[in-house]
Design a protein. Structure first.
Length: 327
């Protein structure tokens, strides 16, 4: 792709439903012209970008689209189920669901280094996706949820999807209908396409998923604690109206234990750390101040509902010196 083709063209920012509808109409024509009678493959993570691309392609070419959703066992609670419900059950997409949780977690057993974990997750995703791609015949195009910041920061291929690592015989023509949009514009388009708010306003989520929030070597028990505590946090933030106000919020379970008391007995158990930050550009971030009654409610629920946990902590560290994620 040439340097000029990576430059955002002169275009009005998509800020209203009317502008989103205009963009959708233009893209439907462009997608049909590019794809023709061909078949398209998409790695559908359930994130905002890939979901909007899927919805666009379903409108443009219908059953010519083949979606593959790989559950690597590091998804948040209910996310894979939502992908199936929205795209397969509601929109009628061709969707292949791959439950590869055991495969990923077996590969990650005993691996504590964050970069090594990322590499394993990325490489295994490529292998699973490649296996599924080889089962499909007549694929000529590969759709991606590339958006403009991806091109500016790291080139045309989204690194956390890692589809650029496919072998030469699976190098398809790229379909990137969102490549000149910013994230806020993608959300407006997603709303216009009728996707649910829980998908359109989905928080930024790292490619390795909960694998970087289960700090150090991942165990299934600690991973379950991350997933359940995160679900409680998201539920309570939504009930308090914070889901629209706070840029990113999640829980972390580090590989340390402390002494606690359960049913009159001493027990060693993990802490759950709550992280909630606001940022404009992710280069700096400030901690969201929470009301004390809300902190107490979230703490009580986590301690009562999440096995293996005896403390709840609130991460007060801005970026810098801390990063947003722990790994």
């Amino acid at each position: 792709m040439s340097e000029n083709s990576n430059k955002r063209p002169e275009m009005e920012r998509i800020t209203t439903p009317e502008l989103a509808e205009k963009f959708i109409a233009e893209q439907l024509d462009a997608l049909r012209a590019q794809i023709g009678e061909g078949r398209v493959l998409l790695a559908l993570s359930g994130g905002v970008d890939s979901s909007v691309v899927a919805a666009l392609l379903i409108r443009a070419v219908g059953k010519q689209l083949e979606c593959v959703h790989v559950n690597h066992g590091l998804m948040r609670k209910g996310e894979s189920e939502q992908v199936i419900e929205v795209f397969q059950n509601q929109l009628g997409a061709n969707l292949t669901y791959v439950d590869a949780a055991d495969r990923f977690l077996d590969k990650l057993a005993g691996v504590a280094d964050p970069e090594q974990k990322r590499k394993i997750i990325g490489a295994e995703f490529i292998r699973v996706f490649e296996e599924e791609a080889r089962k499909l015949e007549g694929i000529g195009f590969l759709a991606q949820g590339t958006i403009y910041p991806d091109i500016v920061e790291s080139g045309p291929v989204k690194s956390h999807h890692n589809v650029g690592g496919l072998p030469e015989d699976l190098k398809f023509e790229l379909v990137e209908p969102l490549k000149f949009l910013y994230k806020d514009e993608v959300r407006v388009v997603g709303k216009a396409l009728g996707l649910p708010d829980s998908m359109v306003y989905r928080q930024p989520f790292p490619g390795p998923g909960l694998g970087v929030r289960c700090v150090g070597a991942i165990t299934r028990e600690r991973l379950a604690a991350v997933r359940e505590s995160d679900a409680i946090l998201r539920e309570e933030f939504a009930a308090a109206g914070l889901d629209k106000r706070v840029w990113q919020y999640f829980t972390v379970v580090p590989p340390v234990t402390s002494t606690g008391v359960r049913d009159g007995r001493r027990v060693d158990a993990w802490p759950v750390v709550i992280r909630a930050v606001n940022t404009r550009d992710a280069m700096t971030a400030e901690v969201e101040p929470l009301d004390w009654p809300l902190i107490q409610k979230i703490t009580s629920r986590i301690l009562a509902e999440v096995p293996g946990v005896n403390r709840v902590l609130y991460d007060m560290s801005p970026k810098p010196p801390a990063t947003i994620e722990w790994e």
